[in-house]
Write a new protein. Structure first.
Length: 276
């Protein structure tokens, strides 16, 4: 992909804007070449509470949602227009002056900025959900029945994927826990990414593991409606991705136990490079 210059602005919660004291709660990344802004907002208010104490959280959440929707609905033709929008804001959600950054992939680079500048000191969602799945596996007594830390190359899209667990049941199942938040853009990105990876994995055997299948274990935000969950599941089904929800993992646990009986326990030694 070609690199180009983008501009990011931190979104800060400032309970008293006149004091110029704020906590980073999100980031917006503007691409002049694509004429659009992508936004990522922290759902947790932990950092706000640590710095400013208890707030009216309904008000804070509404303010975060408002700035997120506003930035998504704006169409800036230049960084000057982006700067002009920022300079006119005067409420509790402030944006810092745009700073240049090299952009290769807008969504990926936004995620990196968010983790580095906003999610500092907070457990990353991927690490948290991986830990939660490990806990569930231990409780069910299946953690020794799965292979750990697997890296698979996808040459078609020039990348690799890494999953925390896998097991053999005729196809090698790569278990990928996914946090599904109500943000529509983030939701589409995560499910779309899983669908593409899942189809590629299903169609191309791996030299070490043979035929494969991606298994998505989704942790849905409580705000996501059942109809949306069913649509996302159908999307993954259409791309050969097996789907489970954290709300009911019994079928997955049963399949792992049955597969361990049929295919034996996996080797978790260094029988192939795990990658980073």
């Amino acid at each position: 992909m070609n690199q180009h210059t983008g501009y990011y602005a931190l979104i800060q919660f400032c309970p008293d804007p006149s004091r110029h004291e704020g906590v980073n709660v999100g980031v917006g990344l503007f691409s002049p070449s694509e004429k659009r802004v992508l936004v990522q907002i922290a759902r947790s208010n932990v950092r706000i509470r640590k710095v400013f104490g208890n707030q009216d959280w309904r008000f804070v959440n509404r303010a975060k949602m408002s700035i997120e929707n506003q930035l998504r609905s704006q169409q800036f033709l230049s960084v000057e227009e982006f700067e002009g929008y920022i300079s006119k804001r005067a409420n509790v959600m402030q944006l810092t002056a745009p700073r240049p950054v090299r952009v290769t992939d807008l969504r990926t680079d936004l995620d990196d900025l968010f983790v580095r500048l906003v999610d500092v000191g907070v457990v990353e969602p991927k690490r948290r959900i991986n830990g939660y799945l490990t806990k569930k596996f231990k409780e069910a007594g299946v953690v020794e029945m799965v292979k750990r830390s697997i890296n698979i190359e996808l040459p078609e899209i020039n990348k690799s994927i890494r999953v925390p667990y896998g097991y053999q049941n005729g196809r090698f199942n790569l278990i990928a826990p996914v946090q599904v938040d109500p943000n529509p853009e983030t939701m589409m990105y995560k499910i779309g990414k899983s669908a593409i990876e899942g189809q590629l994995l299903y169609e191309r055997p791996d030299p070490a593991f043979g035929e494969m299948r991606l298994v998505v274990v989704a942790n849905f935000d409580e705000q996501i409606e059942r109809s949306t969950r069913e649509f996302l599941q159908k999307t993954l089904d259409d791309h050969f991705v097996k789907f489970y929800s954290f709300e009911d993992l019994s079928a997955l646990m049963d399949d792992i136990r049955m597969s361990a009986t049929t295919h034996g326990l996996p080797s978790n030694g260094q029988d192939r490079p795990s990658g980073d």
